[in-house]
Design a binder for this molecule. Structure first.
Ligand SMILES: [Fe+2]
Ligand SMILES: [Fe+2]
Length: 183
């Protein structure tokens, strides 16, 4: 499989979790009580999978491979995408603080959860759109099949180290369960 196809597949899973987060936010906005565990499960996915796995595959593997064959303007594009990863990490940190307060019984934290969830979702959807429609097509043009396969194998190795088979399966189970509950 091509490395960029794998990343696109991961984007699709991320988009599902963002839709779930949006439904949870809508409930909070309507003044409904939600189970904080569901938010904590999503935050774990955004932090351990999206930030420490997906974004690392891009920053340390794909982007590095692309820099070798790109002109200076592509470098700026990559720099902007890396900045988004940093902003996303900060939003998730803010969101997790708000969820901890919500779990502790602070009802006012609901507003903060909605705000940070919106910030994160807006940022990530825009970011995914640029990668899917601009950056990955460029990678497909400029990287050889051999390089794409090599990157794919590096991705597999990183995922095994960072996530492992058991947790990967647990994420699928979590997404399916929350999908049934919220979508
Ligand atoms: Fe990215
Ligand atoms: Fe991505």
């Amino acid at each position: 499989m091509k490395a960029t196809e794998q990343l696109k597949k991961e984007h699709n899973a991320v988009k599902v979790t963002l839709r779930i987060l949006d439904r949870i936010s809508k409930k909070l906005e309507a003044g409904e009580r939600v189970d904080p565990l569901h938010l904590e499960e999503l935050i774990d996915f955004f932090s351990a999978f999206v930030d420490k796995c997906h974004h690392v595959k891009e920053e340390e593997m794909l982007f590095v491979a692309m820099k070798d064959s790109f002109d200076p303007s592509d470098g700026d594009r990559i720099g902007a995408l890396i900045k988004d990863h940093v902003s996303g990490r900060n939003f998730i940190r803010d969101l997790s603080y708000a969820v901890a307060e919500y779990r502790a019984g602070d009802a006012r934290a609901a507003g903060a959860i909605v705000r940070f969830a919106k910030n994160y979702t807006t940022l990530l959807l825009q970011h995914i759109d640029i990668e899917d429609n601009v950056l990955y097509p460029l990678a497909n043009k400029r990287l050889s099949e051999k390089k794409q396969e090599e990157l794919y194998r590096d991705f597999e190795r990183l995922e095994e180290e960072e996530i492992g088979h058991g947790k990967h399966a647990a994420y699928h189970e979590m997404i399916d369960r929350l999908k049934t509950l919220y979508l």
